[in-house]
Design a binder for this molecule. Sequence first.
Ligand code: NAD
Length: 349
Amino acid sequence: MIIDHARLLAFASRIVAAGGSSPAEAAIVAEHLVEANLRGHDSHGVGMLVAYVRDFEGGTLKANQAPEVVSDTGTISVWDAHAGYGQVVARKAVEWAIGAAREHGVAVNGLRNAHHIGRVGTYGEIAAREGMVALHFVNVASGPPGVAPFRGREGRFLTNPVCIAIPGTASNEPILLDFATSRVALGKVRVAYNAKKPMLDGALLDHTGKPTINPAVMYTQPRGVVLPFGEHKGSGLALVCELLAGAIVGSSSVTTMTPPERGIINGMLTIVIDPARLSTRDAMLAEIDAMIAWVKSAAPADPDLPVLVAGEPERIARAERLARGIEIDGETWSQLSAIAERYQIKVDR
Ligand code: NAD
């Protein structure tokens, strides 16, 4: 099923509004989700609404929740979202950090207990557009941990993403490194399972520890695991994300196979740096341009696959999907349609 992004946006915002969100909140959440689809990350697109509806119906996602400011020294702040929409509160937290970094050179925000903040790159993009460098470390505290540590066959983490954003220049868009520390985001296993497609090699183990490409191992008992990316390196980064965004920020974390039912909860440590405090702006921009050109000048190993820099694949996907529409797999569409029917929401095709 292929749907135009504007129609999908209207549909998604009606579903969010059905949970009691103000029109402004529904618009921010829907826009975030549709942007994730546009940028090729269907794992974090409108398919997430199935979980959001489950959570607002179950009371673990709170509509129109203002964050509590736990502390604020001007350069370091801690906010508790109390399970409000992550897309709204994480955006506000990053906007706070950009303002504080502009004033003081650097700012740190610890965000506790946000409901799913979605595609973390969204927040890096906001900072980079303002000429800032941003680093985001995120933990996930929801449901049994499905990501194994290096050498493990039992889950101990969730997908704990990292995002680093570097401002763009007159000739280059920002560098946006934004990924889960698992070999694949769990949402991508869901998308493959719904679409009845195999996963890539090296992403999953079944419950006995045997490598598999069958996404069903994450949806049947005893459950399998997703592996960390990059063996011990990704596993180490997942642990550090967990500790920075969980233990150090003071947000929830998962230290049991049977955590309390709390919906999809993210903690996030954000560090925003004004790069103008580290070097002269013109020299920095020239060096960024030179480095990107240098990296992209490497001869491709496969002539059909040019060398790209982080952020580029998403921009390519966005241009294509704006033009051709967004493909939603049949299972996801039928789940969304069932919700729409229950809330008497009209779907404009
Ligand atoms: P991914 O594996 O597609 O990696 C994406 C990153 O790699 C991007 O920075 C992209 O620009 C870069 N990249 C991809 N192909 C490239 C190439 N050929 N050359 C250069 N760079 C390239 O992403 P993922 O791990 O599946 O994560 C998807 C999304 O899920 C991310 O936006 C992440 O923030 C989000 N996520 C969110 C949560 C949460 O709890 N909120 C958890 C996990 C993941």
